[in-house]
Write a protein that binds this ligand. Sequence first.
Ligand code: KG4
Ligand code: ZN
Length: 391
Amino acid sequence: MQIDKNVENDGVIFMSIKGDDKSGVETGATRAAASDSAGSSASEGADVTILAIESSCDETAAAVVRNGREVLSNIISSQIALHTIYGGVVPEIASRKHVEKINGCIRAALSEAGVTLEDIDVVAVTYGPGLVGALLVGVSAAKAISFAQNKPLVGVHHIEGHISANFIENKDLEPPFVCLVVSGGHSHLVVVKDYGEYEIIGQTRDDAAGEAFDKVARAIGLGYPGGPKIDKAAKEGNPDAFTFPQAQIPDAEYDFSFSGLKSSVLNYINQAKMQGQELDQADVAASFQKAVVEVLVSHAIKACKEYGYDKLAIAGGVASNTGLRELMEKECASNGIRFYRPSPVLCTDNAAMIGAAAYYEYKKGVRFGLDMNAVPNLPLGDRERRFHANH
Ligand code: KG4
Ligand code: ZN
């Protein structure tokens, strides 16, 4: 997969993700074929070309996706550098940047796909969960295009998008399967029973996995964004230098808890400081990462075995963690489970995954009305129908 990057004057990184044969992201030839067929109406069997928009946190993204799994263009405008100086995402800055960037992202996505708004069959957008001001920018843009072009509108749950990122590069992956969703705000173990049908079998009792990475990174002086920095530092450290606790919850064996682990790391850091010892960032990072990864992998493998599934996928920002990918791959291989994971760039927030999720909703007949609103705490799995145009 090729990523064309350009740092703009305001520090925002503009990325266009382009494909190769293996990535599932389409190249020139297939793109031309797509624009030939994109104008056809979305009746049964016809191609469905979706313009997808994502703006739930600090990435403004737009993509054109055909038939759920073929990505004709994938544009991400990342504000991460702007928030780094504050040690985390500042919601007001995120919203303002989304407003500035969204039209450019949509224009770039259409032009790279070689299509126009007339060629689009469906407009899809993340409407929750996320930062309300950030979500509203994408939702407003999608509603405006849907209204002006008279095209159907489909709202997508951000986490359903992350799960659906697996469909893009794995053309053979179909439900049912188990998926471990680990992002900045979520740690869920779900059974994907069918497209858009989820049974949550485990979730975090406190911090999300990504949140724990971010907090520990800050405490050991690695800064923001914590996950990628711990991942990198861990490669230089000894994962057995410290034994940090891995919480097991007796009455909910698939639930997670990362706050005890985080406190244990913080206690160690404070003690080291008081005793004037030098902190070995790499050893702490490696030992912390090992504790998180072992819990995530053991819960996911156990779920596959006990629920009787032989396919396991991972999704969300933390799914790009190299330690997690390696251990999951190894454990899946030794337990006869097929392991699916998106490329790292499709694990972080992007609109291609929103287009993938929207396709299956659209095929089921889901249409949203123009009363669709941003829902910052939208629950996963519980089908939200209040904005459906066709209840
Ligand atoms: O899915 P995502 O991009 O945004 C949300 O929907 O939350 O996830 C962001 C989270 C952050 O907490 C970030 O630190 C974490 O994913 N993350 C990682 C890695 N890359 C991103 N955590 C561990 N290892 C990584 N390589
Ligand atoms: Zn996300």
